[in-house]
Design a protein around this ligand. Structure first.
Ligand SMILES: [Zn+2]
Length: 136
């Protein structure tokens, strides 16, 4: 089960502004009492196993969720990251994913190219690589 919450920026901004003004104690209590449907612009509960989407029938059955933007337009990045994360992801790869914001052939090939260069052609002092990786 995936639960996607997208905060209402206008509601959050008023509390952050009050906190910045020094009203932390009073506003924190009020903040905790904001109803979820007020604090969050979107609340989605979706039952999906990301690794199941590799099968065409499952992908077709789930496809309407992309059109409906059940994760606020973040469907691809959430599903690709969580699918790989569920199989185990190194911290170094997680850092690359964080920068790239999703997992795709370009990211994974770039990651493996960098690892290969690092292991087989280590840099000397004051050296650096410029790599143009083109997934196709
Ligand atoms: Zn990409």
């Amino acid at each position: 089960m995936y639960i996607y919450l997208e905060v209402n920026q206008d509601v959050l901004r008023t509390y952050l502004d009050r906190e910045a003004a020094g009203n932390v104690d009073v506003d924190f209590k009020a903040f905790l009492n904001i109803p979820a449907d007020v604090l969050f612009y979107r609340i989605s509960r979706v039952n999906i196993k990301p690794t199941a989407l590799i099968e065409a029938a499952n992908a077709e059955a789930w496809d309407h969720n992309f059109a409906d933007k059940v994760f606020g337009g973040n469907e691809f990045r959430i599903l690709t990251i969580s699918a790989v994360w569920s199989k185990g992801m190194s911290n170094v790869f997680a850092n690359a994913v964080e920068l790239h914001n999703h997992i795709c052939p370009g990211l994974t090939s770039g990651y493996f190219i960098a690892r290969y260069l690092d292991e087989n052609f280590p840099l000397g002092e004051d050296e650096s690589y410029i790599v143009w990786a083109v997934p196709p």
